[in-house]
Structure formats: structure tokens, C-alpha cells
Design a binder for this molecule. Sequence first.
Ligand code: HEC
Length: 125
Amino acid sequence: MNASIFFLFLIFSVIDSPAPASARDMPSLADSEKTYQQYCAPCHGDRGDGNGFNAKNLDPRPANHTDAVFMSKRSDRELFDAISGGGRAVGKAAIMPPWGNTLNTSQIKYLVRYLRKLCGCDSEQ
Ligand code: HEC
């Protein structure tokens, strides 16, 4: 095939690619569970109870996200800020890393919803 036909072919194969990036990047609660397993579970545990494989090496221990009494004392905003800016952003230990450069705003919002699912609680704030 000559160069211009090849070029057209190239353009159409890009236009024809399955999902637009914006749809692919749209997170859901199911995605946030995967995000949690990938980034949070090593410290907070697969079930969010604060017993990830790193936990025994950490002081203070990672928060227990299944503890409804603890979690209901945090507003959604505080949870968002803790995830985005790390422990330091909410006056807590810096061992809790900031995720604002790794995860986008909607991924963090969905993580907050996932944390509410883990604790089975709403904010009392
Ligand atoms: C390197 C280990 C580590 C990883 C990874 C980690 N955390 Fe934490 N996290 C901690 C520790 C330790 C604390 C307790 C900080 C304290 O009590 O001072 C904490 C505390 C928290 C808190 C409670 C803050 C508060 O208000 O008391 C939230 C919410 C949280 N983490 C969410 C997450 C989420 C969501 C992820 C994944 C995106 C995550 N963490 C990944 C170690 C970690």
C-alpha cells in the first residue's frame, strides 16, 4: 500500500479503538475496590481491618476502616483529605502516604464511598 493509504488506515484504526479514554477512566465502586486492594491493602489489609502485611512494622498502626465508631467520627471531606494529602494533611502520621498525585479526584471520591461500605457507617459530622 502507498504511504497516504497507510496513513488513512492509521487514522481510522485510532478512531475505531474501543472505548474513549474518558469512559475508560470513569471509576466505579467496583474499580475502587480494586484500587483499594492495589494501593491500600498492603497496610490497611484486604478487608480494611488495618492488618495488611506491612501493618506490624508500622507505628502508629494503619487505621481500621471497618471500625464504625472510628470512621463515623470522620467526615467524607476529612477522609478525602487524608487520602489525597496523606496523614500529615489531617494532623496524623506521615506514614499514611499522600495519593493525590497517583489517583485522580473521582478515584479518591469513590475510595471514600468504598471506605463507607467497609465500615457500614455514615459520617456523624
Ligand atoms: C504505607 C502504609 C499505608 C498505605 C499504603 C496506606 N495507608 Fe492509610 N494509613 C496508614 C497509617 C499508618 C495510618 C494511621 C495514621 C495515624 O493514625 O496517625 C493510616 C490512616 C488512614 C486513614 C485515617 C486517617 C484519619 O482520619 O485518622 C485513612 C482514611 C486512610 N489511611 C486511607 C488510606 C487509603 C484509602 C489508602 C490507599 C489509597 C491508604 N490509606 C494507604 C498507612 C497506610
